[in-house]
Design a protein. Structure first.
Lengths: 174, 697, 328
């Protein structure tokens, strides 16, 4: 009995500034590519179905669930992961420092996704993108906005109140 | 002798914080030993019966597939103490989703592809999966977890209840709930002729080491379990789950390292869950609210595989005063997975029922619910007569009421209505035992002048690494920066698992002892040179602990807003005040408390594993349909604690804090919903579906 | 997941041709539902034709004064578009009440319309499901159906359509632009999704190989005064138990035009035409809002465990209408 053999395709991506050209099984998600092929295990697999946000990365500057993105469909994309947030000198991104300061995590498994999500989320607010809780007023980074916009990132340890404070701190909210 | 406090209590940052925010922290599955392959678990699609045949031809034809394991060709296990772990040893299927095989492949995609091509033939028997009050199979387990009597009786409950001035007799229900740590369970197993190495997502490296060694007939020393970082567990990684056995078996079968990750869906089948409960609570008191009669009967389930008896009524034995008390547990064995540990097992469902009932009694008696609790403060443990090592429930209730702005109320009152939002407030008490277990630990002074602590403990996000660093620093009288704590390796001195809120107490006791011994050795000055180390075991010390009632207490106050149109319940704020001995790290401790309260809000409003009667499994097996709280659900949580100096619990004076935060939260929410709506919800969770038809616009 | 060929189409017609000639081929856009279903084994295509880069990512104003939304416009972009926010607020709100920020960045307009049901049985290949494997039965009828349909279900299927966006679009009388093997066509969004009947495996009237190229919104006076409300089991990132899209055109206090659509209640985004009829030609009072809700829900046929959706939908319709009426 024969089973269909895997199909391979060449994919080129820039990940945290480094260009990678690989031949991949077309079934490979961006998440599995990062974790299994590039040894970038910072992006986490929490559900593999877009239901938890632990795999959140930035694709061409926008946050997305890496588990639902086929690598082959994102040929040419610019990917940023948690490993790329800190500066080259090792200096942490302001959000990374704030997460430590506010103890915005416990087990740490959702943290890379929370951080990538937060980076992009603050940019979305700056761009004026509304959320479900945005009223008639211009979009501003209130705590209610942060809570709503970060809801795609589940945290079972229940660090939400600290996550919100860490982000509010970076967003310079009173 | 207690430790001089310098670093303990400080709000220092989590020591592994940088690793976790940069993505450097490696969790079990992220280890990739050279030459590794992938395995995935095959699961039964019947709830009861036997596997009669497996046709693996199509699966084996998938390029890259190395093998398919099932009970006829799987390696034989030696001694397995937990029957849930005895996988692929017989054709028997005891629940839907049980592991009945494995696919091993060079590539992950190939394994997942082949998994669906394995045809398993069953002989299926009718199954029985529903816990119901009139189930004919109920019996009383002699012991409930971990080793409490199943039934207790003091005084004459029936007589006291019959003559009490105010009584309530209510039945409460809680659903099955699944732990769902964010990191799915995973094992990377490396089988060699001379031993086994497993990177495992576990709360206890030492116990995995023990069980794997016995199962595969090896000396304990030949098994090494590594778990440097664990992405949460909440009890589900407390005892080894079957996948770790499967991973080792697969590695043995193909003689290559094997990576096996449990899928989120599979976590609803074989990584444990909290039993559903049906609880009848009867309370009787006089007009002043003094309890005279207390009865708590719990009906819950276990599997046909083994007995797991959740200790649900145990908090009722010690929480409040009263001479006449009866508690009992009734178990029935269904064709379901064996329930397991989930954050504050026993206390969590038990205190939901008790604290709801106390609220109902307070209303019936016309006494403020905070006041009623204050009036039933026992001098000594009412069950055992033991003195309390410390008990600060009263202080927690008073401090909490103050911080929350609690307005005393007498009898049935309703919170104010704000447009189409009904508002209410509720209160409940929290409790959790403060136990400790024997542990070993090693302390070493390195040639570079740094101190290293080694212990096979786990940091599953509790902050254990940080707390032990502070404890060691104080015991050594150095700064925390001079101490490194290495844990998550069974090669380090044997330690109990991270569970039962015993980690800090058990490991901390051993760390203190090791540090003292190291200092004594160094003080003697008779060692040839560095490194110098001390390896200790607290077995004797722990066994010599005086017979006292040791518990942490707390009080939780919650405000709810109930949407009169949709029945949606929001929690805009909650205050938790806890008394848990000495708080080792003010920052990470606060996170533990808010984390527990957050999960408690989830229990109250969202979480429910839906049993499918026809198929016998939990049907909503993913995070889109099993709802845990999202960021939007949690608004203001205020946490405070009462400083306790309790020298009786352990040398640090710390009681555990990992579980108490969830205890009582659901009752406080339900009590607040009652205050808002006038409706008592006696089944969790309190969803729009349950509320909308009953609340008036 | 079984292996599949991947092909990036050069233009819509090439994409259509590529899919049309292979029965097991599927279009791939954002992938948020398709990849999910492939991983579950619910979908097992042999070929994915990627249509996400066909230039369908623009939102243009039509000559009629409406909007033509390219098929691959991301949900997040559509929700942020000022023309949508100002002229069709119900649509922006529906989008923002769906999924999560990161999913909305991947998901496209066309993909959102073509989402499959989240019925627990449809998603579990170890169980029967008439939608997934016709003729195998519908365990939801006797099983877990608390979040399934109260309108328009059949003895073969009681699933609901999960989209929020589609509910708003149905209320707005959107039109779907298609490219197919026999050329382009358009079809009203009302009627685009099918009731299950005896063929629940067919979610829509699309034929194999037909590709959504755009969704057109007509100019609509009522749309400016519109709202989307959603009741769910948690405050964010959850599918609707019931949702309501409502739009009103008021003329001196009289309802000239009323649009009401419901989500979470049927195999299709449910246009509540009976409610609309009751509302037209009179003031928007609480009494009349109740009568409108009643007119619609009198025809509901709830299942054993989802009768709660009837009062929930009723109250949400009334509340949403009253709130819409108060909007400037």
């Amino acid at each position: 009995m024969s089973a269909p053999p895997p199909v391979h395709a060449e994919v080129t991506l820039t990940v945290n500034g480094l260009r990678h050209s690989l031949v991949l099984d077309t079934r490979t998600s961006l998440l599995d590519l990062l974790r299994e092929r590039l040894d970038l295990t910072g992006s986490k697999k929490g559900c593999d179905h877009g239901q938890c946000g632990a795999c959140t990365i930035l694709i061409d500057g926008r946050r997305a669930n890496a588990c639902l993105a086929l690598a082959v469909a994102h040929d040419g994309a610019r990917i940023e992961t948690v490993e790329g947030l800190a500066g080259e000198d090792g200096e942490l991104h302001a959000l990374q420092s704030a997460f430590i300061e506010h103890d915005a995590f416990q087990c740490g498994y959702c943290t890379p996704g929370q951080l990538c999500s937060a980076v992009a989320m603050l940019e979305e607010i700056q761009r004026g993108w509304p959320s479900a809780v945005t009223g008639e007023d211009p979009v501003a980074p209130t705590r209610a906005e942060i809570r709503e916009r970060m809801s795609g990132n589940l945290c079972r340890c229940g660090a939400y109140v600290n996550i919100v404070e860490a982000i509010a701190d970076v967003a310079e909210m009173p | 002798m207690s430790v001089a406090v310098r670093s303990i209590g400080a709000a220092i940052d989590r020591v592994e914080g940088r690793e976790k925010v940069t993505g450097e922290a490696k969790y079990a599955y992220e280890h990739s030993p050279p030459g590794f392959v992938y395995a995935t678990a095959l699961q039964s699609t019947i709830a009861k019966g036997e596997v009669v045949g497996v046709d693996a031809e199509a699966a084996l034809a998938v390029p890259g597939v190395l093998g398919v394991l099932w009970h006829e060709d799987a390696p034989r296990l030696h001694e397995v103490s937990d029957a849930e772990l005895e996988i692929l040893q017989s054709p028997r299927v005891a629940y839907r989703g049980q592991i009945v095989g494995a696919v091993i492949a060079e590539r992950y995609e190939a394994a997942r592809q082949a998994e669906r091509l394995v045809r398993i033939e069953y002989s299926e028997h009718p199954h029985d999966v529903l816990l119901r009050a009139d189930h004919p199979g109920f019996y009383e387990p002699e012991k409930v977890n971990p080793s409490y009597p199943g039934r207790t009786e003091e005084g004459d409950f029936d007589q006291a209840f019959a003559t009490a001035e105010v009584t309530i007799d209510r039945t409460y229900e809680t659903p099955a709930e699944h732990n769902n740590p964010m990191e799915p369970h995973a094992s990377v197993a490396v089988w060699r002729e001379d031993g086994i190495t497993v990177y495992d997502s576990t709360q206890g490296a030492s116990s995995v080491q023990d069980i794997v060694a016995k199962a595969f007939g090896l000396e304990r020393e030949r098994v090494r379990v590594l778990s440097a970082h664990v992405g949460g567990g909440f009890g589900s990684k407390g005892t080894p789950r079957p996948h770790v056995i499967l991973a080792v078996m697969a590695s043995q079968a193909v003689r290559r390292p094997v990576k096996l990750a449990v899928t989120r869906q599979q976590m609803f089948d074989f990584t444990g869950y909290r039993t559903p409960t049906i609880q009848r609570v009867r309370l009787g008191c006089d007009r002043q609210g003094r309890l005279s009669a207390t009865a708590h009967a719990v009906y819950e389930q276990s599997s046909t595989i083994r007995e797991f008896a959740e200790q649900t009524a145990t908090p009722t034995r010690m929480m409040y005063s009263g001479e006449n008390r009866r508690t009992s547990h009734h178990l029935t064995r269904l064709d379901v997975p064996t329930p397991s540990w989930m954050r504050a097992p026993g206390e969590t469902p038990g205190m939901y029922a008790l604290e709801s009932a106390v609220d109902e009694l307070a209303i019936a008696a016309g006494i403020d619910p905070v006041e009623l609790r204050l009036r039933n403060e026992p001098e000594v443990d009412p069950e055992t007569g033991h003195r309390w090592s410390s008990r600060s429930l009263v202080a927690c209730l008073r401090e909490g009421a103050e911080r929350f702005g609690w307005i005393p109320r007498h009898g049935a009152s309703r919170g104010p209505r704000n447009g189409h939002w009904l508002t209410g407030t509720g209160v409940a008490s929290s409790v959790y035992p403060a136990r400790r277990r024997p542990s070993e630990a090693r302390a070493r002074l390195e040639p570079d002048g740094g101190y290293v602590i080694e212990i096979a403990a786990a940091d599953i996000g509790t902050g254990a690494r940080t707390a032990l660093t502070q404890i060691a620093a104080d015991a050594l009288e150095v700064s925390p920066g001079e101490v490194r704590v290495d844990l998550g390796d069974s090669g380090y001195p044997t330690a109990p698992l991270a569970g039962g809120s015993m980690g800090t107490a058990s490991w901390g006791s051993a760390v203190v002892k090791a540090c003292r011994e190291l200092r004594a050795t160094l003080a003697r000055g008779d060692t040839p040179g560095l490194p110098v180390e001390a390896h200790v075991d607290t077995g004797a010390e722990v066994q010599g602990d005086e017979a006292l009632a040791r518990y942490a207490f707390g009080a939780q106050f919650v405000e709810v807003h109930v949407n009169a149109d949709t029945g949606e319940v929001h929690v805009p704020r909650a205050v938790g005040v806890f008394a848990a001995g000495r708080i080792v790290n003010a920052k990470t401790a606060r996170s533990q408390f808010i984390g527990g309260m957050t999960m408690g809000i989830g229990m109250a409003l969202h979480e429910e594993s839906l049993l499918d009667l026809r198929f016998g499994d939990y049907a909503n097996h993913d995070l889109a349909t099993y709802h845990v709280p999202s960021c939007a659900d949690i608004e203001e949580l205020e946490v405070a604690w009462i400083d306790e100096h309790d020298p009786h619990v352990n040398p640090i004076g710390a009681k555990g804090i990992g579980e108490i935060g969830i205890v009582g939260t659901a009752a406080a929410v339900a009590n607040a919903v009652h205050h808002a709506t006038g409706i008592r919800f006696r089944a969790l969770p309190i969803t729009p579906a349950r509320v909308v038809g009953r609340v008036s616009r | 997941m079984r292996p599949f060929d991947y092909h990036r189409a050069a233009d819509p017609r090439a994409a259509v041709a590529a899919v049309a000639r292979r029965p097991e081929a599927r279009f791939l856009a954002g992938g948020t539902n398709l990849i999910d279903l492939m991983r579950l084994g619910v979908e097992a295509p042999e070929l994915l034709v990627d249509v996400s880069r066909l230039g369908g990512g623009r939102i243009a104003e039509t000559e009629a004064g409406g909007l033509l939304i390219g098929a691959s416009v991301r949900n997040s972009e559509l929700a942020a578009d000022h023309r949508v926010r100002d002229d069709y607020p119900v649509l922006a709100q529906a989008l923002l009440n769906g999924a999560s920020g990161q999913l909305r960045n991947l998901a496209t307009v066309a993909g959102n319309l073509l989402q499959r049901t989240r019925c627990l049985y449809f998603q579990d290949v170890t169980k029967p499901c008439n939608k997934r494997s016709p003729g195998s039965g519908c365990p939801a009828i006797e099983g877990e159906h608390a979040n399934l349909a109260i309108f328009g279900h059949s003895e073969h299927c009681v699933a609901t359509h999960p989209s929020d966006m589609a509910v708003a679009m149905v209320a707005l009388d959107a039109t779907v632009h298609l490219e197919g093997p026999s050329g382009p066509r358009t079809t009203p969004l009302i009627g685009f999704h099918r009731l299950p009947g005896d063929a629940p495996d067919r979610d829509t009237v699309l034929h194999h190989g037909e590709l959504i190229t755009a969704v057109e919104l007509p100019p609509l006076a009522a749309a400016r005064r519109s709202l989307y409300r959603k009741a769910r089991e948690r405050r964010s990132f959850a599918f609707a138990l019931v949702s309501v899209a409502a739009a009103l055109e008021l003329d001196r206090g009289e309802v000239r035009d009323a649009r009401v659509a419901l989500g979470g209640v049927a195999h299709v985004p449910w246009r509540a035409t009976r409610a609309e009829e009751m509302l037209r030609g009179g003031p928007l009072t609480e009494e009349r809002a109740h009568a409108a809700a009643e007119a619609e829900l009198a025809h509901a046929t709830p299942l054993r465990d989802n009768a709660y959706k009837v009062p929930l939908a009723h109250r949400l319709i009334v509340r949403t209408l009253l709130d819409v009426a108060e909007r400037p």
